[in-house]
Write a protein that binds this ligand. Sequence first.
Ligand code: URA
Ligand code: SF4
Length: 239
Amino acid sequence: MKAGGAGSAADFIPPRPTLGSLRAAAAGCRGCGLWRNATQTVFGEGPSGARLVLVGEQPGDQEDRAGRPFIGPSGRLLDEALTEAGIDRSAVYVTNAVKHFKFVRQEPTRRRLHKKPSAGEVRACRPWLEEEIRLVRPALVVALGSTAAQALLGTDFRVTRERGRVVVSDWAGPVLATVHPSAVLRAPDDAREAERRSFVRDLAQVASWLQANSGRRVGERPDGRAPAPRSGRSRARRG
Ligand code: URA
Ligand code: SF4
């Protein structure tokens, strides 16, 4: 553990990691307290050469049980929206800002209700995300919701103001933020279809950006500069 501070995922990252060794190490992460009540670490999954990385908030109830990201209700909505936008999920690397499920137990049903991760938990978990993005080297990262967007772009970032456009994170490269699919699911009946269409429209922007930038070297920035060297695994600057 680093001197003077609480722990973080950085303490668990193996030397010269690959996606495989990262995943294995993340299974034993104790970088914050969230591992205690969760079933397992839910690491990212998808092709190591993906041009697109999607980042959600944290696993939900079903993801926690299955050990895979976005397989519950939000995942189904996401899959349909991706298909509608012309994006093949099997070509995308899908992960979360926080790798353990945080919840409160509702009594008397014992249902586990999602609880938003704290800024400290997001910070503690970020080294996993940094390593995933560094290793996959996507052309574009999509942040689903404000937790992911703020992990990638800093806590001043507002999805409501900036959704649907590509901005550059100083450690993650080009990023487009949109809403979380659960925000579509939670929208009131009379607003849900409009919310869903806006979400699909943002993903269609992603598809056309990827198309327009298909000649770009993986990891190259939109301004044509070489990718910034990544110094230390826990040394990400804020965007
Ligand atoms: N919500 C998320 O943010 N991620 C998941 O993996 C599932 C639901
Ligand atoms: Fe580690 Fe992240 Fe799980 Fe916390 S939430 S224990 S930092 S993997």
